[in-house]
Design a protein around this ligand. Sequence first.
Ligand code: SAM
Length: 244
Amino acid sequence: MVNDKTHFGFESVNKNLKAKKVKSVFESVATRYDLMNSLMSGGLHKIWKRYFTQILTIKNNAKILDLASGTGDVCIELSNQNKGFRLFHTDINIKMLEQGKIKLIDHGKIIPSIVCDAEKIPFPSNYFDCITIAFGLRNVTNKEKALSEMYRVLSPGGKLVILEFSKIWSPLSKIYDGFSFNILPKLGKIFAKDEKSYQYLVESIRMHPDQKTLRAMMQNKGFDNTSFLNLSGGIVAIHQGYKF
Ligand SMILES: C[S@@+](CC[C@H](N)C(=O)[O-])C[C@H]1O[C@@H](n2cnc3c(N)ncnc32)[C@H](O)[C@@H]1O
């Protein structure tokens, strides 16, 4: 029997409902997204993203697809490296893309912004030198399908780099859970007038595959030389894999 269920945070939902629910989360938080990220992580998200973009080691003028770009931090970081990267700012959610576009323009960045579902990437095969996706994969309904699509549009020798919440080092998990479940939804309630979306955020982190599972998923889709690197005790991890 086909399993048509998936999770939306801790809730079990039909697969065709998850995308709608994720859409409404990001529509609701779009205008407060950056502020909330800074409040919730104490500014750490900027450091994680900067590090993520600095360890990419890709050639000058590389063609880079940033998936689930939202408000565009990764594109801005990559553009600031002045390596002539040809960047694509993409997201499934128009409101998030709009917020990103405003920010890109404020930073003087002329980068194309394109509506793009990571499960159905509107680009030809073997097209990109690199794909980045930061804090996006967790929100995708069918991660296997998205990873296959990423593999397809990467050119041989190309690299996928994922920044995502992951499994924290176990001695820290109690304090992390206490902070996440008790404080974050309350911050959402006060500053974004939306407690539920931040409850989803916390739950979705717990439901996301851990480091080894995600690496195995990448390998199953054909990625080679896969690796992961924990940051901040595994609160987040950077996964990398190549298409040869
Ligand atoms: C937590 S935000 C991350 C935004 C940005 N990358 C960052 O690091 O700040 C997650 C983003 O994933 C997008 N998203 C969710 N499902 C998606 C999908 N199937 N394809 C592309 N983007 C998706 C959401 O619209 C949202 O903008």
